[in-house]
Design a protein around this ligand. Structure first.
Ligand code: PHE
Ligand code: NA
Length: 455
């Protein structure tokens, strides 16, 4: 028999533990690892930032992933439905459903800009395939990327294509095809990153890059950088966004949650570190700026591919894989909303199209903030938001405010409001370590980060 359920039909389940791992890794590994991690590491000074990020993964991210998958499996519904169900089962206030609403809103907001960035991979696939990167100089690569950002029409086109791809899979139900796609994609992506790291080793700047990533200089670490590292731990593991909760809802009772979560977190972290080791040797070898911002990989990687034998082939493959990695993540970004609407009686097809359409519309403001509206920084009156465009603000609001808050309340719920016997039944032997961490360590660590950022 399965866990406690309200009325309604339980959705189809993952065929195996492996299928769940593939879907969860598909959600976790994406632009966060390959696009965002390197550029925020560059912006925040390297080593100390990476160390704080790894600590956030271990102390807050991983235990929270276990909590969310567990909640999802117990609730067996959309993140909103799940929180309502679990709060009721535990005899707690209905207001805990707020966790589900905030997660759904966060993933929706992320999707709006995620699609725009993912869209960048498509013109890069075309450029790579046509040999445009052959022997390209850093400044020409920079100009190529600048040209893309300066063109709202191009950005809008690729944003539209990508959102269409996301809606297509989401409308058909997430479990079809996802497993097969991810099984092939992840090993290929891994191998390609290894090739790039190998190339970095020949650049003569590998040691410098490794030192930048792994030699911490805590004097350079600000309270804001700690918050960014924390927010990124959630973003990269697809937490506080309903994604893991929604996927947990399709998980069979026999699958061990704790061990499975460890595998997912390790793979995600591995991909991010490899991406860092691939990109920074190129940055240093070409005198590029580590803190260049969101364009970092799109400027650096063509230079590396351009000098490699078989570079056009590898570059094409790389951007195709990045597109797929972003695709399997964006599907999960839409899942919280679609599964909720579906519970409310809207068909999956209509929910996916409707949700995708609104996300696409909001995404246009991100497209414009990269060019026409790049001077529109509406929250300049607050020091924290000074100089931030709409795109910057969506990113900041979701990763650095909504996700840490959602994580905090989730930790409070499972650590203090849920009967420990219930979580122990889900987590087995790991519960002994997990419970004190999620009850004390995670919320206290979160409070400390909040405290230093507010004062
Ligand atoms: N984890 C994904 C990435 O790193 C992004 C994501 C966030 C996906 C939240 C789903 C939910 O690219
Ligand atoms: Na990730």
């Amino acid at each position: 028999s399965n866990n406690v359920q309200g009325a309604g039909v339980r959705p189809a389940q993952w065929s195996s533990r492996f299928a769940f791992i593939m879907a969860a890794v598909g959600s976790a590994v994406g632009l966060g690892n390959i696009w965002k991690f390197p550029y925020i590491t560059g912006e925040n000074g390297g080593g100390a930032f990476v160390l704080v990020y790894l600590a956030c993964i271990a102390v807050i991210g991983l235990p929270l992933m276990m909590a969310e998958v567990m909640l999802g499996r117990r609730g067996g519904q959309s993140p909103i439905g799940t929180m309502a169900q679990v709060a009721a089962d535990e005899g707690r206030s209905r207001s805990w459903v707020g966790i589900g609403f905030m997660a759904t809103l966060a993933s929706f907001l992320i999707l709006t800009f995620y699609s725009v960035i993912a869209g960048w991979t498509m013109p890069y696939i075309l450029s790579a395939a046509s040999g445009e990167f052959g022997g390209i100089a850093a400044k020409d690569s920079d100009a190529l990327f600048g040209g893309l950002l300066a063109s709202p029409g191009q950005l809008l086109l690729w944003h539209s294509v990508f959102m269409g791809l996301t809606v297509l899979v989401s409308a058909g139900g997430v479990r079809h095809g996802l497993e097969r796609a991810v099984t092939k994609l992840m090993p290929a992506l891994f191998v390609l990153l290894l090739i790039l790291v190998g190339y970095g080793m020949t650049s003569g700047h590998f040691g410098e890059a490794a030192a930048f990533l792994f030699r911490p200089d805590f004097s350079a670490l600000t309270a804001e950088a700690v918050l960014v590292a924390l927010g990124h731990a959630f973003f990269t593991l697809s937490l506080a966004s309903g994604a893991m909760m929604a996927y947990g809802a399709y998980l069979k009772k026999e699958v061990p949650i704790a061990r499975t979560s460890v595998v997912v977190a390790l793979m995600d972290t591995g991909v991010a570190l490899l991406a860092g080791l691939a990109i920074f040797p190129i940055v240093f070898a070409n005198g590029l700026e580590p803190g260049a911002g969101p364009g970092l990989i799109f400027v650096t990687l063509p230079v590396a591919f351009g000098q490699m034998p078989g570079g056009s082939f590898f570059a094409t493959l790389f951007f195709v894989l990045l597109l797929f990695a972003a695709w399997t993540s964006s599907i999960s970004l839409l899942e919280s909303l679609v599964s909720y609407l579906n519970e409310k009686g809207v068909s999956r097809v209509k929910a996916a199209i409707g949700g995708g359409l609104v996300a696409w519309l909001v995404g246009i403001t991100t497209v414009l903030s990269l060019n026409e509206w790049s001077g529109f920084t509406p929250l300049d009156m607050f020091a924290r938001f000074e100089g931030k465009t709409l795109f910057d603000l969506y990113d900041y609001l979701t990763a650095n405010i909504m996700m840490p808050l959602g994580a905090f309340f989730t930790a409070l719920f499972v650590g203090w409001k849920m009967k420990p016997a219930h979580s122990a039944a889900e987590l087995g032997g790991w519960h002994r370590v997990w419970f004190p961490v999620i009850r004390y360590l995670s919320p206290i660590a979160l409070l400390i980060v909040f405290y230093f950022n507010l004062w």
